[in-house]
Design a protein around this ligand. Sequence first.
Ligand code: SF4
Ligand code: SF4
Length: 435
Amino acid sequence: MQTYFSEEQLKDKNNKSSEKIFRKCVHCGFCNATCPTYQIFGDELDGPRGRIYLIKDMLEKNKPANEKIVKHIDRCLSCYSCMTTCPSGVNYMHIIDHGRNHIEKTYKRPFKERTIRNILSIILPNVTYFRLVIILTALTKPFHFIFPQEIKEMIKLIPKKFGKKTLPKMQKYFTTSRKKPVARVALLTGCVQKVISPTINEATIRLLNRHGIEVVVPQKIGCCGAITHHLGKENLAYAAFKNNISIWYDEYLRNGLDAIISNTSGCGTMLKDYKFIFRADKDLKKKAKKISELTKDITEYLDENVKLNFVKKKENKKEYKIAYHSACSMQHGQKIHNVPINLIKKTGNEVINIPDGHLCCGSAGTYNLLQSKIAKKLLENKIANIEKIKPEFISTGNIGCITQIANVTQIPILHTIEIIDWYTGGPKPKVLEKL
Ligand code: SF4
Ligand code: SF4
C-alpha cells in the first residue's frame, strides 16, 4: 500500500511504525474472508482492509475522526482473526490501536456514549469499584428498567453465582513440598476475573505450587491496562502499564522471576505488547521488553516447563467430550492454539473442535456492552456451533468468553486450567458437579 506521510509526520513514533505496517498491506482482501464483522455487514468498511484505509487516510491527512469513521472502527472486535489470515504479516493490532487513539483525541462522542465509556473505563479495571457495582446492582434490581441499554447489558453479564474463594489473600504462595522451589513465577490475578471467578486463579496457584513452583502476587499489580487501552483511554492505560512494569521488574531484579503467568488470554496479549508500546521510551524500553518476554499464558508455561503429575481419581475416570473454545486473544493474539488442546487431551478426555472456531464469540473486552447487537449475533452463531457438536462441557482460556458463553447456554463452561488442576490432584470444578 502506498503511503503519503510527510517527513514531519514521520518524526512521530506512532506514525512511523504505522507507516511501515501500511506498506506491508498488498490490498489482497484475504483478511475480509475471516473477519466476523465483514461477514455480518458485507461492507468493505466493516472489514480489516477497509478499516486500514480509513485509519491511513485519517492519519496521513491528519484529519479528525468523524461519525462514519468512528462507526466502522468501533464495530471492530479487535479479535485479530485478520492477522492470522493475512499473508503479508500486517500487524492490524497496532494499526487499530493507533486509530482508536486518534479517535479519542480528535472526536467528541455524544454525551451518553462518552459517559458510558468513561464509566466502564473507571469501574471495570478497579476491583473495589466493580465489587461495589455488583452489590448495588443486586440491591437496585427492581429499578433496572430505568437504566440505559448498555448498563442493562452489563448487568445481564454479571453471573448469578460466584465461585467461592478458598485460598487466603497472600503475596506469596509457597510450594507444598519442603524441597527448594524449582521455579518462581508472578501471577497476574487480573481485575474482573478476580471478582467473578476466583476459582481460576486458585486452580492456577494450587497447580503450580503442587508442581514445586512458588507463586508471587505483588499486591499493587492491578489491571493489565487492556480495558482502557481498547477504549482509547491512553492516560489510564499508560498508568496501569507503567505501574505493572515497574513492580514486576523490581521483583525480577530483587528476587528473580522465571515467568509472569497470565491465565486470561486477553491480558496475556496485552502484556506481550508492552515491549512494542514502550519501544521508544528511554526509561521503560528495557524493562517493558523484559516483562513481555517473561509473560507466558499458563498453558504455554506448563507445556514448556512442567512435567505434570496426572492423578487417577474415582470421579475423573469417565471420558468426557469437551469442546475447546479458542479465545481470539489466544489463537490470533498470542498464536496459541494446539497447546491447550494437547494439555486437555493428556487428561484422557476427548477434545472436539467447534465449527468456525476462528470466529469471535462476541465478548471482546467491552464490545458485548458497547456493540450488543453485533455481539449477540456472534454469540448466537457460536452457541449454535457448540450445540451442533454436543459436548458435555466447554473449555477456554479467557474469562470474557466464559462469561459471555455461560450467560446463554446450559452446557457448563470452565477455564482450561481448572481441568488440568482437577486431573493433577485438585478438586473437581463446581460447575461440573452434576456431570
Ligand atoms: S480485528 Fe476482527 S473484527 Fe477487527 S477487522 Fe480484524 S477480523 Fe475484523
Ligand atoms: S490480508 Fe493482509 S495484505 Fe491482504 S488486504 Fe488484508 S491486511 Fe492487507
